[in-house]
Design a protein around this ligand. Structure first.
Ligand SMILES: CC(C)(COP(=O)(O)OP(=O)(O)OC[C@H]1O[C@@H](n2cnc3c(N)ncnc32)[C@H](O[C@H]2O[C@H](COP(=O)(O)OP(=O)(O)OP(=O)(O)O)[C@@H](O)[C@H]2O)[C@@H]1O)[C@@H](O)C(=O)NCCC(=O)NCCS
Ligand SMILES: Nc1ncnc2[nH]cnc12
Length: 475
């Protein structure tokens, strides 16, 4: 396990005492200046000579964010006030809270007791009695005394008898802080993944020109939808994307197939949300499935490694979807209401998006991602150029469905090859071919709906690599 005590300035007793005097002066001033408010002084109990460093400070801020959230939930008014003390003696903050001191004390004690790591917090609620400022004690409001975070006995007893060595205390504190920061980082990463996923859905529809797809200029291939339909659809998927990240962040390596089953149940509800948001139009059915899988797999891989590893994300996808084609397609009855994917498997043996997903999205990893990472220029250029590359290597089941014949794939490959040979979106000649192709797809009512999903996945992974792989900016 990581040791957070390897850096930080060692503090001696005079420094700690001088800081205590300084804190007392700040507290006296705040109590005098704001008699209508209750003053709370927040600090940490970190035994041993090292009392502050980036990890300790981050732990403190993460904890205070939770305390503030708790106050907001309870409808308590408060704000931070005064100097922010970030000396070597430890991070400290002061709050002014609009509630009676005993009420505030009950809440701060509940916070200190809420989790094992919160026991490291020392939240003093200050009162003025007989001209003196003093912290309310837990005994004042009949609450049980603080317990030792090593052995659970009353903390005062352990302190007085010096029952635990500094090394023992630091080991316990280290475990508590590392566990709290790991949980906090997982939550930050989950939020980022949801943002990346939503950006992927929105950027994809914004890019132009896209043959066979909706863009802000043209949507002849999909007369029932326009760019606004996609915005409504993307926004409706926010809750689902959070669920996908959370499912992944909870899963251990041997749970991956189970994790996918859980995602699918959320996915079915998300599909309904999407159809409600688009008034029954299929904008993102494929993306609900595939983007949900990649968000979940990226979260699960982060949980395992604590960092981004694109190869491992693919390993997680394969492990989670190991039986997908067998379970979904091989047992199919010859039902009248079969989907395009099911029909194409029965008629042509094509496994479609399920085969692609079970194999770990090889088209995305082998063709999409390298093209998007290598292509320079605006997001529009990067997305459209990557779309062409993906289109060239995809057996798009939406295209086959629209044409009614897999032979359409050869025609599509020829058109895309010509456009790419002319430079794609990066040259005037390529752009002219691209515009012609968009018109032709629209005229013939042909769609590259499956390829659009793969672009969304590629863009998501590009953001993971370009914006998350270097770590969390608030670490
Ligand atoms: C596994 C599922 C994706 C469902 O599979 P299903 O058998 O129902 O459908 P498929 O026909 O196989 O494909 C579903 C969507 O997947 C996209 N897609 C197709 N081929 C590929 C491919 N090679 N690579 C990547 N993605 C692919 C495709 O989505 C796009 O097309 C949609 C627009 O098409 P359009 O023709 O305009 O509209 P339709 O409604 O299809 O037809 P019309 O009535 O208008 O003629 C657009 O969404 C694009 O994104 C396919 O549509 C998964 O959904 C699933 O598991 N379903 C079962 C229920 C479930 O478990 N749900 C939870 C999922 S987490
Ligand atoms: N821009 C787009 N047009 C049509 N279908 C899509 N599915 C996902 N994005 C799409």
């Amino acid at each position: 396990m990581k040791n957070i005590f390897t850096n930080g300035e060692k503090q001696d007793i005079p420094a700690v005492l001088a800081n205590k005097d300084h804190r007392a002066a700040v507290q006296r001033r705040l109590v005098a200046d704001y008699p209508e408010m209750t003053v709370v002084a927040a600090k940490l109990n970190i035994p041993g000579p090292i009392k502050n460093n980036p990890a300790i400070k981050e732990f403190f801020i993460v904890g205070l964010n939770q305390l503030e959230h708790q106050w907001r939930q309870a409808g308590t008014l408060f704000y931070q006030k005064g100097q922010w003390l970030d000396a070597g003696t430890g991070p400290e903050r002061f709050y002014l809270v609009k509630a009676a001191a005993p009420v505030v004390k009950a809440a701060t004690t509940a916070f200190e007791e809420a989790t094992a790591s919160n026991r490291l917090f020392d939240l003093d609620v200050l009162v003025k009695e007989n001209g003196q400022v003093r912290p309310l004690s837990r005994a004042d409001s009949g609450q049980s005394a603080r317990r030792c975070f090593v052995c659970g006995r009353p903390a005062k007893e352990c302190g007085r008898s010096r029952r635990h060595s500094v090394a023992e205390l630091q080991e316990a504190v280290n475990k508590l802080i590392v566990a709290a920061l790991t949980a906090a980082h997982r939550s930050v990463v989950s939020d980022r993944l949801v943002q990346f996923a939503q950006r992927a859905l929105l950027y994809e529809v914004m890019a132009w020109p896209k043959p066979g797809l909706v863009d802000p200029v043209e949507h002849g291939a999909h007369p029932d939808m326009d760019a606004f339909t996609f915005i409504n659809s993307a926004v409706s998927l926010r809750r689902y994307l959070h669920q996908a990240a959370e499912v992944g962040m909870r899963a251990n390596t041997d749970d991956y197939p189970l994790m996918f089953n859980e995602l699918r149940e959320f996915g079915k509800v998300a599909e309904q949300d999407m159809f409600a948001a688009t008034r029954g139009v299929n904008t993102h059915k494929g993306a609900v499935f595939s983007l949900g899988i990649l968000v979940m797999a990226t979260a699960a891989s982060w949980r395992k490694l604590g960092r981004v590893d694109l190869d491992d994300i693919q390993v997680v996808v394969k492990a989670a979807l190991v039986d997908l084609v067998k379970d979904d397609l091989k047992k199919l009855p010859n039902a009248a209401d079969e989907t395009a994917g099911e029909l194409q498997y029965r008629k042509y043996g094509l496994t479609g998006i399920r085969g692609e997903a079970q194999a770990g999205y090889p088209t995305v990893f082998q063709y999409g991602l390298p093209t998007m990472l290598e292509t320079v220029g605006s997001w529009n250029t990067r997305i459209v150029q990557t779309l062409l590359t993906l289109a060239r290597h995809t057996e798009d089941s939406t295209l086959i469905k629209r044409a009614g014949d897999p032979a359409i794939l050869q025609w599509k490959d020829k058109q895309v090859d010509e456009c790419l040979a002319a430079g794609g979106i990066t040259t005037a000649a390529g752009r002219a071919l691209l515009n012609d192709l968009e018109q032709e797809f629209s005229r013939r009512h042909l769609s590259l709906g499956g390829t659009a999903d793969l672009i969304i996945l590629t863009f998501f992974l590009t953001l993971v690599k370009e914006e998350l792989a270097n770590g969390l900016s608030n670490e």
